[in-house]
Design a protein around this ligand. Structure first.
Ligand code: PMP
Length: 479
């Protein structure tokens, strides 16, 4: 019921969000997601779209979607298990399974839904999910919904994952199932999970592995086949999740794995079972984009070239940015309000890089998240870097203080790469001495700066909690 008290409380909460520099509003883009767009009527260089390969508005992709609308209609009309499985779904599933080098594939309505569905199917009450602290919100929510115990390990820290698994047991030592879940390329940081170590650990402990390749598909690895393909691990994980909404220029998502796994998911993943099948034009558009990616992988190289140019230009302007080829470039400012001011002022100067603030990233690490696209030019990148640097200076912010978050500190006793030196014996064996040396491997009373106490076992993943009662915990967790 609509009450006076209800709307007053909502107004109050909105005002508090504004006060904290956490207010959000929609900005309107006219036209397709090209390298430049009209933003609220103003021309700007677009530096925050996930249309990484520029395929969302490619003529072949548009035509495929338009033709599909004429042939199959716009809506699928029902969920996949009722009458919503159409020829076009089957075609894309077969192509994606081959692309991922796996037996089978299942389409979902979105990456968010795929993550909810897979985690819930692999883990439930009495089971344990091990989750990287910077995993995407859809993974966090999947963990929460699953009702499993959730153990959050430090970002990209295989040693901490090992410690957590020893402490909380793998399937071998307990009756419950275990699942390790990670982004491959992290959405807000543009860094890569230690996939080989994660797979080794999971195998050693009898845990399943799910990897979210949302930001790696089409951008990374051989011909854009992702970070698992780059590491030669496509066949070693239980579920590969990908989205159609980024490099593949459309909307929807998929999960690839063994035939039995996919049959299990279609029987048990609630977000698959209880949601309408993706719309035929979206699926046909993604199919055309996948064909383009496979036929002409030069787009992946072009994206890497633009990412390099962006990073080089930012570094030349004094930002703290590494000179690699990762297309996601976080410019961490820290303070929420400063980040927002920089974002607004840059838009005024014709560069659109969205401000990313809590709960999307931990408090105090607000940033502009820049994303290169294959459709940019090196000139675009130079222009963007110049505008961002001069705007920052005008606002009294020092570009030298803005950039990539500090890297993961090397483990103190046993560098992770030693795990490979102990060939065949596995990470657990290689790291044993390091673990025995420590009475408490990660001191809960004295966490390292900017790192949470470890591990956080909650039944809920707390980082990036929403603006509500959980927030204080979340801030402590992420501080
Ligand atoms: N996983 C990751 C890592 C993501 O960044 C996103 C979207 N930002 C998703 C999943 C969700 O995918 P979708 O947009 O298809 O729901």
């Amino acid at each position: 019921m609509h009450t006076q008290t209800g709307s007053a409380e909502i107004e109050e909460r909105l005002a508090e969000l504004e006060r904290l520099g956490l207010g959000r509003r929609l900005r309107l883009v006219s036209g397709p997601q090209g390298p430049t767009v009209l933003l609220d009527g103003k021309p700007v260089l677009l530096l925050c779209s996930n249309n990484y390969l520029g395929l969302a508005d490619h003529p072949r992709v548009r035509e495929a979607a338009a033709e599909a609308a004429m042939r199959w209609g716009v809506g699928a009309g029902a969920s996949r298990l009722i009458s919503g499985t159409m020829t076009v779904h089957r075609r894309l599933e077969e192509r994606l399974a081959a692309f991922a080098g796996r037996e089978a594939c299942l389409l979902f309505g979105s990456g968010y839904l795929a993550n909810l569905g897979v985690i819930g199917a692999f883990a439930g009450s009495g089971d344990t999910v091990f989750s990287d602290e910077l995993n995407h919100a859809s993974i966090i929510d999947g963990c929460r919904l699953s009702r499993a115990q959730v153990v959050v390990y430090r970002h990209r820290d295989a040693e901490h994952l090992l410690w957590s698994m020893r402490r909380h047991g793998g399937r071998r030592e307990r009756n419950g199932r275990s699942l390790v879940v990670t982004d491959s390329i992290f959405s807000m940081d543009g860094d890569i999970a230690p996939l080989r170590e994660i797979v080794e650990l999971a195998h050693a402990f009898g845990a399943r592995v799910m990897v979210d390749e949302a930001h790696a598909t089409g951008t990374f690895g051989p011909a854009g086949r992702g970070a698992l393909a780059q590491a030669g691990l496509e066949g070693e994980v239980d579920a590969i999740v990908g989205t159609l909404g980024k490099s593949l220029g459309s909307y929807g998502a998929y999960v690839c794995g063994e035939g039995a796994t996919i049959r299990y998911l279609l029987n048990t993943a609630r977000s698959f079972i209880f949601s309408t099948a993706p719309s035929p034009p979206a699926i046909a558009g993604a199919l055309a984009a996948l064909e383009l990616l496979e036929e002409r992988p030069h787009r992946v190289e072009r994206l890497a070239g633009n990412a390099r140019a962006l990073r080089r230009s930012l570094a030349a302007e004094g930002f703290r940015v590494e000179a690699d080829e990762m297309h996601i470039v976080p410019l961490v400012v820290g303070d929420e309000r400063d980040t927002l001011r920089l974002c607004h002022a840059a838009i005024e100067q014709g560069v659109f890089a969205q401000a990313i603030r809590p709960p999307t990233v931990p408090a105090g690490t607000s940033r502009l998240r820049l994303a290169a696209m294959a459709s940019h030019t090196a000139g675009d990148m130079r222009l963007a870097a110049g505008v961002l640097a001069s705007t920052a200076r005008k606002l009294g912010l020092d570009p030298g203080e803005i950039g990539t978050p500090p890297g993961k500190p090397e483990p103190e006793h046993a560098p992770v790469q030693d795990a490979h030196a102990g060939a065949g014996r596995g990470l657990e064996h290689a790291l044993q001495p390091a673990l025995e040396e420590r009475a408490t491997p990660f001191d809960i009373e004295a966490p390292r700066p900017r790192r949470p106490p470890a591990p956080s076992v909650t039944g809920e993943q707390e980082s990036r909690a929403p603006f509500d009662g959980e927030r204080e915990d979340a801030v402590a967790h992420a501080a």
